[in-house]
Design a protein. Structure first.
Length: 500
């Protein structure tokens, strides 16, 4: 019965005019960003972080969350109409969704995506409300050793699930950890890796790292490619599904929701992996397997349900443990720190209105997505036609203003540009930036918990192995590395990500 009281508090918080307005703004921006290929929620949230400084914490997090799961929906619109996924998790949706659009069934594909997204988002939010409290209660029993081991497990998992070379992913995590220790050591007061640059004394602000790597880096990379948007110019109509089509999507939506909910919790981009896995499973179990790749409605329903449920269950480790499962959750943790909130299990007890208000806002946001998107398909279609040479300069200006506003320093703008160049180089070398950002966020916290654990154990490193929970998590991290390093599984992993 306690959960009903908590949800009542959440809806009471979310149903204020201000929070409803920011929820609506978030899902609208998220859909718009998802529609525009080449951007994505990470770059958008990174750009908007400076704008959240003056907002109440609940409103800021509700808006940023809406951008994330709104982008999952918006990405399907371009995938279906233009064959250009606005979001990486919508890559699979484009396979059959675009074929449906070419056959004059774009409306049915968009309606299927909307139904799957709404159902999956609703179920994932229920799971978040049910499983977050007991997980947070368990985490409250963690000591410094357990938290350190948990963060090691999180980083290893992000490496294992990152696409591309395993060695490259490990290297990017190490780069992130090194960047995280730049600045003044809190305990000794000594400057570390500042190279006598006074602006680095307070460390590198994660906002400019994120904006550079994901915002500027993505824009520079996209400038290499010519605009190739082959829009299906047939009028989008016929949103109503037939009885037979509705029967065909029920099971795929359910299976995609279950799979996405499970994989979304995992570090390393569970929503994207879930969409690929859901499509593969449907192709094997469907009675209409021959239609896949030629406009199968199941090929839209399953991955869309999987990526939306995965996006929302990724909030579970972030809210309960303070561990980001993907780059967006890392930015959400950064937003909490900006607002003076220490991420972790204490959020539920110290900030119950924020915790439950954020969960309640997800139900409202999913409803907004249905109300906003289907009637506004014409607007999204027109947005797709915005030329990049107008879009990208505006984004660059917005990024520069946002970074400059952090501390009124030109140095931050130059540093953002440097990280933008680094992000572009990483993209050219197939180095995924997500593990680096996770390492950058988690690194300082790992160092703090490592120091606390060694201080309490009188510098005995065996404390990490003698405490059962800590030893279990370190064992899981070691097992994950050993498994992925085995030749057979490494080959399978490379084949799986080659499909992207």
């Amino acid at each position: 019965m306690e959960i009903f009281g908590n949800l009542a508090l959440g809806f009471d918080t979310a149903f204020t005019f201000v929070n409803l307005a920011y929820c609506l703004l978030g899902v609208f921006l998220g859909t718009a960003i998802g529609v525009l290929p080449g951007l994505g929620p990470v770059a958008t949230i990174a750009m908007l972080l400076p704008a959240t400084f003056g907002l109440p914490p609940v409103s800021a997090l509700i808006m940023l969350s809406g951008i994330y799961y709104g982008a999952q929906y918006g990405g399907s619109t371009t995938a279906i109409l233009v064959n250009l996924p606005g979001e990486s998790s919508a890559v699979v949706t484009a396979i059959d969704g675009y074929q449906m659009a070419r056959q004059g069934r774009a409306g049915k594909a968009l309606a299927t995506a909307a139904i799957g997204s709404f159902f999956a988002g609703t179920v994932a939010t229920v799971l978040l409300a049910l499983f977050a409290p007991p997980l947070a209660d368990l985490a409250l029993k963690f000591g410094p050793a357990e938290y350190f081991s948990l963060m090691v497990l999180g980083l290893i998992a992000s490496v294992v699930l990152a696409s591309g070379s395993l060695l490259n992913a490990i290297g990017m995590v190490i780069v992130g950890l090194l960047l995280g220790i730049v600045g003044t050591d809190v305990n000794s007061g000594a400057a570390r890796y500042t190279f006598d640059v006074p602006q680095l004394a307070d460390g590198i602000n994660f906002v400019l790292v994120a904006m550079g790597m994901f915002g500027l880096g993505e824009i520079i990379r996209n400038l290499e490619h010519a605009e190739a948007r082959h829009l299906v110019m047939k009028k989008v109509s016929g949103l109503m599904l037939t009885k037979d089509e509705f029967k065909r999507i029920i099971a795929p939506i359910f299976r995609g929701t279950v799979l996405g909910s499970a994989l979304g919790i995992l570090p390393g981009g569970g929503a994207m992996l879930a969409s690929f896995a859901a499509y593969s499973i449907e192709k094997k179990v469907s009675k209409n397997a021959a239609e896949f790749g030629r406009g199968a409605i199941e090929g839209v329903a399953a991955p869309e349900s999987a990526n939306n449920s995965g996006a929302q269950t990724s909030f579970i480790p972030m809210l309960t443990l303070g561990i980001p499962s993907n780059p967006v959750m890392a930015l959400m943790i950064g937003a909490m720190i900006i607002q003076g909130i220490q991420p972790g299990p204490a959020v539920m007890t110290e900030q119950p209105a924020l915790f439950w208000g954020l969960i309640a806002s997800m139900w409202i946001g999913n409803l907004f997505l249905i109300i906003l998107n289907l009637p506004m398909i014409g607007l999204w279609v027109r947005m797709i036609t915005v030329p990049y040479h107008y879009l990208y300069p505006a984004i660059l200006v917005f990024c520069s203003i946002g970074v400059f506003s952090l501390s009124n320093s030109e140095f931050d703008v130059y540093l953002m540009a440097l990280f933008g160049l680094f992000g572009y180089i990483c993209a050219k070398l197939d180095l995924e930036p997500a593990p680096m950002l996770l390492g950058f966020i988690i690194g300082p916290m790992m160092e703090e918990y490592l120091r606390r654990a060694l201080l309490l154990s009188h510098s005995d490193p065996m404390v990490f192995l003698t405490r059962p929970i800590s030893a279990t998590m370190l064992g899981m991290a070691a097992l994950a590395l050993l498994v992925v390093l085995s030749p057979v599984l490494r080959k399978k992993r490379e084949e799986a990500f080659k499909e992207e």
